[in-house]
Design a protein around this ligand. Structure first.
Ligand code: K2U
Ligand code: NI
Length: 185
């Protein structure tokens, strides 16, 4: 079970590396890694488990965040008024995206960042993604809203990018051109 002690924090070199492609068929270790990632995000959204183990709630977690430099992350997003998204994405790619951008008006956070970093993080409003599931089957999805934002946040982790790299240092709340704000309730 992944606990907060297993999550590396900013300054750890793995968070700034480009993670390695995952080979199929998955090794037993890689299969377990995927399970551990999705179980973390599911557990972290259960108030009792969260309290019992001192977890920070998350809707996504990428392998580099547990010091595994592999192109794999989990997303578990149920609170959208859209179909639930619960995936382990292996060797994920954005194949196309909208010109329109979006950003969380509350800004973003990160399980690997123990501080608040304010400012708007520009993201593509709609994306078409493809990835492999743990069985090696490729899937494609069109994402928007929080799912699109979260996918881009996790994909950044596979490329050594942190959310605050995207924030305008001089003017963190500068209006983002051609962007529709996303208010998270
Ligand atoms: O990668 C991570 O550190 C988990 C991130 C993922 C994330 C951050 C910002 C925006 C979307 C996804 C967060 O800790 S998950 C916490 C969270 C929950 C709901 C909405 C936004 C962030
Ligand atoms: Ni993060």
């Amino acid at each position: 079970m992944i606990l907060m002690e297993h999550i590396v924090r900013e300054g750890h070199p793995t968070l700034r590396q480009r993670a390695e492609e995952v080979q199929f068929p998955l090794s037993e270790a890689d299969r377990k890694l995927g399970e551990d990632l999705i179980n973390y995000v599911i557990n972290s959204q259960n108030a009792d488990i969260c309290e019992q183990y001192g977890l920070r709630p998350g809707i996504g977690l990428a392998a580099p965040q547990v010091n595994a430099s592999k192109r794999m992350f989990a997303l578990h997003i149920l609170d959208e008024d859209r179909e639930p998204l619960s995936i382990i994405a292996i060797n994920p790619k954005i194949v196309s995206h909208s010109v329109e951008k979006t950003y969380l008006t509350a800004g973003e956070g990160c399980l690997s960042v123990d501080r608040d970093v304010e400012g708007y993080v520009p993201r593509y409003a709609r994306i078409t993604i493809k990835a492999f599931n743990p069985e090696g089957k490729e899937f494609k999805k069109r994402l928007k809203g929080l799912a699109a934002i979260a996918f881009q946040h996790e994909l950044d982790h596979l490329n050594g990018v942190m959310f605050y790299d995207h924030i305008d240092k001089e003017s963190p709340f500068k209006e983002i051109p051609n962007a529709t704000p996303f208010e998270r309730e």
